[in-house]
Design a protein around this ligand. Structure first.
Ligand SMILES: Nc1ncnc2c1ncn2[C@@H]1O[C@H](COP(=O)(O)OP(=O)(O)OP(=O)(O)O)[C@@H](O)[C@H]1O
Ligand SMILES: [Mg+2]
Length: 512
């Protein structure tokens, strides 16, 4: 069709043991925002990697027509040459390079004599930053920016390449509501400038608010493409397409019977590893057996830092405060000691702290609980495989076998491996840091069910989440954290998003 900028026809892509895409068709109209939805492992990222030449011609079957002509990309350079730019699920900026250096990396602004012209690069970067609404100095190292801002730098980088079709793979997964809203506004602005956009997201409310059309993929096949201006283009319909059935609710029911106190933290303070400031400041809280407790806070409030400093002091310096398990003060000065004391921490950053990406599922699942599988230093391999198989079944991890290398799993399935690993340590307290980030609606329900099963067995669960509806849906009690301090404690029956938000921003405003 004349107004289609892109047509992918009959795309089939296989990996050893996996058919990731089978006869997928995708048509994208010029100037639209086209959303792609599907469960973890459905093939969304793979489809976009085919489109952008990450999986080159010859590695897949099917046809791609861009702007009226068939295209065959042998690498990402080729797709960029025609104006297709992909921003991957895991951002790819170099933290110690400046904003400007990152923007022009591989596409340097050369001056006379072939030397890089930094004055020009910084000036060009500044105007690109203005276009994306980012008020930062181009010489700032990217590592000093939060994820929200890094995402904007990625878009500025795309704009520097004269992008015509921008592909964003879960751009808002790691962003808070404010940053997400800003990003979505920017996409609308780009659309007005005629830039076509394909966006993968698990946040269905965002899709409903921003997409012109949505394509749903299930198990590597196209289910349908719907026009979002139609009245029946609802979240429910997307979900039905994704999982093949209706979900009655987002949160499984649970009867709550909190028992004795399991974890108590008193006057907990941790300093920034290199800067002269407290990141956690006199925080105190408790979690009881059979209880799910939430920690709500804005980005930078110190949520992860609080959890990690408790988990064997894996973050921070000059940590002080007291930690009690079952009423007895414990020392957990290393991760091993924390695990011995029955504390587990499943991280939000699965690449950096959670997983060994070059190892298989089996080794990753057993990694933190090896002592349970070994006798006199020998690991029982059969037992290890059995445990991993059980996790794969229980968590519905999508992989050909437990010998599959974790780095090749889809993002959401990697998250499930992280959870399996910490569940296997059989902790008394499980701290979950953004456990459902990047996870599809069906798998979220599975994870909530697992949390319920744990608390029913008398475990204590502490959940850190940026999604307030999620905390309201699964917790018994919620603490709010702001600038490293606990600013409130609310039983879930009395909690509202607005009320929590007010507590989460309290200290900041009085400090400003
Ligand atoms: N390089 C690879 N080698 C082997 N298998 C792969 C590779 N990349 C993807 N797969 C497999 O292809 C399937 C589709 O993965 P893909 O990453 O496209 O899923 P996705 O829809 O993006 O999921 P998510 O929402 O979790 O990001 C999965 O089963 C995945 O394990
Ligand atoms: Mg993906």
């Amino acid at each position: 069709m004349a107004d289609d900028i892109l047509e992918m026809r009959g795309i089939t892509k296989t990996f050893p043991g996996v058919t990731a895409l089978e006869d997928v068709t995708l048509a994208v109209r010029r100037g639209e925002i086209h959303a792609i939805c599907g469960e973890n492992g459905a093939g969304k990222s793979t489809l976009m990697k085919v489109l952008s030449g990450v999986h080159p011609t010859g590695d897949y079957d099917g046809e791609i027509v861009f702007d009226g002509s068939p295209v065959r990309f042998s690498g990402i350079r080729d797709s960029e040459n025609v104006g297709i730019v992909i921003i991957h699920q895991e951002l790819a900026l170099v933290p110690y390079l400046s904003v400007a250096e990152n923007i022009f990396l591989g596409n340097e602004r050369k001056g006379r004599g072939g030397l890089i012209d930094w004055n020009r690069a910084n000036a060009d970067a500044a105007s690109l930053l203005a276009e994306v609404g980012l008020d930062e100095n181009p010489v700032t190292p990217v590592g000093q920016l939060g994820v929200g801002k890094q995402q904007l730098v990625e878009i500025a980088k795309a704009l520097s390449k004269d992008v015509r079709l921008l592909i964003l793979d879960e751009p808002t997964a790691a962003l808070n509501d404010t940053d997400s809203a800003h990003l979505l506004d920017l996409l609308r602005l780009l659309r007005d400038r005629g830039i076509t956009c394909i966006m993968i997201s698990h946040k269905l409310n965002e899709i409903v608010s921003i997409a012109d059309r949505t394509t749903v993929i299930r198990d590597g096949r196209t289910v349908e493409t719907m026009d979002m201006s139609e009245p029946d283009a609802t979240q429910q319909r997307i979900i039905r397409g994704m999982v093949g059935r209706d979900l009655e609710s987002f949160y499984p029911d649970r009867e709550s019977h909190p028992g004795a106190e399991v974890l108590r933290v008193e006057d907990w303070t941790a300093w920034h590893p290199t800067q002269e400031r407290k990141v956690v400041d006199g925080a105190g809280f408790t979690v009881r057996a059979g209880e799910v407790v939430g920690i709500a806070g804005l980005m930078g409030a110190g949520r992860t830092e609080l959890a990690m400093s408790i988990f064997g002091r894996s973050y921070g310096r000059n940590i002080s405060g007291r930690l009690f398990m079952h009423g007895k003060e414990v020392r957990a000065r290393t991760v091993a000691e924390a695990i011995d004391n029955g504390i587990a921490y499943a991280t939000e950053d699965r690449k950096r702290y959670g997983l060994n990406l070059i190892e298989d599922i089996r080794r990753n699942v057993s990694a933190a609980g090896l002592h349970k599988l070994s006798r006199r230093g020998w690991v029982n391999g059969n037992e290890e495989t059995r445990v991993a198989e059980e996790s794969r079944r229980n968590m519905n991890i999508k992989a050909p076998t437990v010998m599959s290398v974790v780095g090749k799993l889809s993002g959401g399935n990697q998250q499930k491996v992280v959870l399996s690993k910490w569940l296997f340590t059989d902790p008394d307290v499980l701290i979950l840091d953004e456990p459902t980030r990047g996870i599809d609606v069906g798998a979220k329900y599975e994870i909530y069910t697992i949390i319920n099963r744990l608390v029913a067995a008398g475990k204590a669960v502490l959940v850190i989440s940026s999604e307030l509806p999620e905390l309201l849906g699964i917790c018994d009690r919620i603490y709010t954290l702001s600038a490293g301090r606990i600013t409130g404690e609310v039983p879930v029956d009395e909690a509202t998003q607005e009320g929590l938000m007010a507590l989460m921003t309290r200290e900041r405003e009085s400090a400003a």
